[in-house]
Design a protein around this ligand. Structure first.
Ligand SMILES: *Cc1c(COP(=O)(O)O)cnc(C)c1O
Length: 464
């Protein structure tokens, strides 16, 4: 078998990597965590084609960066609260192991551990974009000298819109106040050095620096410590959208001195679609940065229900809470955070580097562009190859049309996602993906490449 065959068949070479995958799974001391999750079978995924795959197998779930899998305990916790509601109605607010009136307080520490913060620096509330707005309302106070927000040129659309509308809300012009940073010509990702010199150059006019922790499209992990330090030295506030970083990389929000951060919990944190989001403000701002908008949930819990209309504001991020929290969203988040706390982010990250490195190695080994056979379909990885500059996700582009490639993978029981214009995102998550998953993906990738290539050739012939 040729090393560069686009479709490895089980030969000697492939056999040995299969043995390696099994061996890596055997020595993986976090492999038991997979059992805490419900993994769909191939036959349960709507796009699977039964003529191509064995439906009884577990699917290849590589899309934890978009929607994490369901923790097994989520259903039990939800049923407990539904039962409590059925049996005691309003008394559920104060009864049971999860009193609705402060249930989310019981899991703040678990969340804080995942993002490297202190418990009082974290609140669980709302959705991500809502939290981003609430934070910007307090941190973005533009003046004529200092009115800009620095962010990535291709930030996630919701972040782009949030920043744009915050600037307009303050009476400034997004055209002038939104400072968008693009990679150098011909490059996919930003160089830290370029980010730091942009901050050095423009810092005096920047009010807020808002980067993602991990970029959703390229998978690039930014040097949050360095960006924070450089930004603060210039008098800017520095915040991060950690949607793709929380539960993925080993965050140290507190130690890095990050001013504020927010994240959703349905991606790597597995809380289910639209789950309760997280927000963070560093403790040094606890008594100086106040919420622009307040509600009763920001009032000291001890006296909250005295209803005297004298605000006793919780210091820090706790005071930003507006409404009582939805218990039905607390349940699945608790289930997932308990799994994270069976280990820690340091250990998960150690496994993650191996897991993603292994997948990267296999992709490069089998599907790199072959100079001697340029007609063979190939795969490019746009995510940085330095493990310090990425989380678990690899963003792939292909020599064949991406849409066809995505369809062929889906037919074969792979759950991954495609992002316009030209990227397929593959996220081996350390919580529940295995080295064998990566190995299976590689042969599936070969079959899908072959099928898309044949489709492309057939359509070329037709059009000739
Ligand atoms: C997923 C994601 C969002 C989604 O925002 P919601 O308010 O949860 O719908 C926003 N920003 C980034 C960077 C994301 O990755």
């Amino acid at each position: 078998m040729s090393r560069f065959s686009c479709c490895p068949t089980p030969g000697k070479d492939n056999q040995s990597i299969w043995i390696l995958a099994r061996f890596l799974d055997d020595i993986d001391d976090l492999r038991h965590l997979r059992e805490q999750f419900l993994i769909p079978k191939v036959s349960q995924l709507p796009p699977s084609d039964p003529s191509l795959v064995d439906g009884a197998e577990e699917c290849l779930y590589f899309v934890g960066n978009s929607l994490g899998l369901q923790p097994k305990l989520a259903r039990q916790y939800l049923e407990e609260e539904l039962e409590k509601w059925a049996q005691m109605g309003v008394h559920g607010h104060t009864e049971g192991s999860r009193p609705w009136a402060w249930a989310e307080n019981n899991i703040e520490q678990l969340m804080a551990n995942v993002v490297g913060a202190k418990r009082d620096e974290v609140a669980l509330m709302n959705g991500l974009t809502v939290n981003l707005h609430l934070l910007l309302l307090s941190f973005y106070k533009p003046t004529t000298e200092r009115h800009k927000i620095l962010l990535e040129d291709k930030a996630f659309p919701s972040d782009h819109y949030a920043v744009e509308s915050q600037i307009s809300l303050r009476g400034f012009d997004p055209e002038k106040s939104m400072l968008l940073m693009s990679p150098r010509e011909g490059e996919h990702t930003l160089r830290t050095k370029d980010i730091l010199s942009m901050i050095e150059k423009e810092g005096d006019s920047i009010a807020v620096i808002l980067f993602s922790g991990v970029q959703y499209y390229t998978g690039q992990l930014f040097d949050m410590a360095a960006i924070t330090k450089a930004g603060q030295a210039k008098g800017c506030y520095v915040g991060f959208d950690c949607a793709h970083a929380a539960g993925n990389v080993d965050l140290r929000l507190h130690d890095w001195g990050v001013d504020f951060a927010c994240w959703c919990s349905y991606k790597y944190v597995n809380s289910g679609a639209g789950g309760l989001a997280g927000a963070y403000i560093h403790e040094r701002h606890a008594h100086t940065i106040k919420p622009a908008l307040t509600g009763w949930w920001g009032h000291n819990l001890k006296t909250r229900f005295q209803m005297d209309n004298q605000m006793d504001l919780i210091p820090g991020i706790g005071g930003f809470r507006l409404s009582n929290q939805p218990i039905l969203l607390v349940c699945p988040l608790q289930a997932s955070l308990e799994v994270f706390n069976m280990t820690n982010m340091k250990a998960l990250r150690r496994k993650s580097r191996l897991l993603t490195g292994y997948l990267e190695y296999l992709i490069k080994h089998y599907y790199t562009k072959h100079e001697a056979h340029p007609e063979k379909p190939y795969v490019d990885i746009i995510t940085p190859s330095n493990p310090e500059e990425r989380g678990c996700q690899l963003s792939l582009s292909f020599s064949v049309p991406i849409r066809a490639m995505f369809k062929e993978l889906e037919k074969r029981g792979v759950a991954c996602d495609m992002r316009e214009p030209n990227v397929l995102r593959i996220a081996p998550t350390p919580l529940y993906n295995s080295f064998s998953d990566c190995h299976r993906l590689i042969s599936t990738l070969g079959a899908a490449l072959q099928a898309s290539n044949e489709l492309q050739q057939a359509s070329n012939e037709l059009s000739q």
